[in-house]
Every structure is written in C-alpha cells, then in structure tokens.
Design a protein around this ligand. Structure first.
Ligand code: BEZ
Length: 219
C-alpha cells in the first residue's frame, strides 16, 4: 500500500498509447490514476466517459489522467469506442488506459477487491483513485467498491483543495468549493494572522470559548 506522502511507485505499464514509465509520463504535472473492475461493464463505462468529458477541466489545473483495468489492450481499444459513443465524444480518446492483465500493478498498489471476481474466478480491481503531485508524492487516495461509481466533479473539487492547500496556510471545510471561505490552519499562531491573512479572519464563537474555528476568504 502507498501511504499519503510516499513517493508513488515509478511503475512501467502498457497502455493504449504505448509503454509508459510513470514518473516520466507525469513530468511536472499532477496526475490522477484511477482503476476499474473490468472493460465492457456498465458503471465503468459511465465513469470513463465522465472522466473523458472533464479532461479539459483537469488539464486547466495541470492534471493528467490515467486509467487502469485488467483487460488486454485490444479489449480496451474496442471498449473505448463504446465509451465515446455513450458519452458523445469525438476524436482520439483523451487519456491512456493501462492494461494490467496479470494484475501486478493492481496488487502492488492495493487495488484488488477480493469480493469481485471475473468469470475465471480472478479478483477484479476496485474503483481506486490516486492523486499524485508534481513531486511524485501521493496526495490523496480513495477506494470505492465495484457497485458504487465515483463522482468526477468531486475529483475536480479535491484537486482545487489540494493545489490551494499545497501553497497557502489554509484548509478547506466540508463541502467547500473553489472560491469559498477557507479555514486558517490550527498551526497558525494568532499573532501571525494579520500578516498571513490580509483579507481578514473571522472566528466563530463556540461554547468551549476556544478560538479554533477561524474562517478567511480564499487566499
Ligand atoms: C460495473 O462497472 O458496472 C460493475 C463492474 C463489476 C461489478 C459490478 C459493477
């Protein structure tokens, strides 16, 4: 398993655009690696289609997308046509799909879902998401079971939070969206507030009288 803050493995993989070495492929970008149980399955088709529709939004944020499922490249190429038809996308498919036929990568990255098996009884990959920074370190991971499709707008939202909080001394509260109020980090001392947050800070009063709920406009 890769933990938050670990350097993500620099794996080599066969993809629909040829062989890649992960760190070289990532370059100076952020990256999202997301896995799927299998090609030609309904939820996965909606997910890859939605991800493809949102590629311009991820690109604007400097994020590259990379999908993985355990079928072979021929299967991926055929399935891509279905995904594009369903999602009403034209032209070349906008991100590579890894073929991890022998599940080496799925095992290495902890993506296997022992509850889901293919027709030969081999375990399938779950719906894993890894967000990797330009420093090649893991910034966020999520694991969903096969029966629950992910929300790709949520991935855009968390990228906005990750990129903001990598630069500024704030955290983002529940249901935050880009442009919304942020929270001053607990580690910021009260005496440093005016210098660090020129837009101002409001402290929400609490029964404990502790001044830890400190909101500030998005820096
Ligand atoms: C799906 O993508 O629809 C799916 C795949 C495996 C198990 C359940 C659902």
């Amino acid at each position: 398993m890769v933990n938050l803050g670990d350097v993500f493995p620099n794996f080599k993989a066969n993809t629909t655009v040829g062989e890649i070495q992960f760190h070289d492929w990532l370059g100076d970008s952020w990256g999202i690696l997301f896995s799927h149980p299998a090609d030609y399955t309904p939820v996965c088709t909606t997910e890859l289609g939605r991800a493809a529709q949102l590629v311009p939004d991820f690109s604007k944020r400097g994020v590259k997308m990379l999908a993985l499922s355990c079928n072979d490249l021929n299967s991926h190429q055929g399935w891509i046509k279905d995904i594009q038809a369903y999602s009403e996308l034209n032209g070349s498919f906008p991100y590579p799909i890894i073929s991890d036929e022998n599940r080496d990568l799925a095992v290495q990255l902890g993506m296997i879902d022992p509850m889901e098996k293919d027709k030969d009884g081999l375990p399938l990959t779950c719906r894993a998401v890894f967000i990797i920074g330009p420093d090649k370190k893991l910034k966020l991971s999520m694991l969903y079971p096969a029966t629950t499709g992910r929300n790709f707008d949520e991935l855009l939202r968390v990228v906005d939070s990750l990129q903001l909080t990598a630069e500024k001394r704030v955290a983002t509260p529940a249901d935050w969206k880009a442009g919304g109020e942020c929270m001053v980090l607990p580690s910021v001392k009260q005496e440093d507030i005016s210098e660090l947050f020129p837009k101002g800070v409001r402290t929400h009063p609490l029964p404990s009288k502790k001044n830890y709920l400190r909101f500030t406009p998005q820096p």
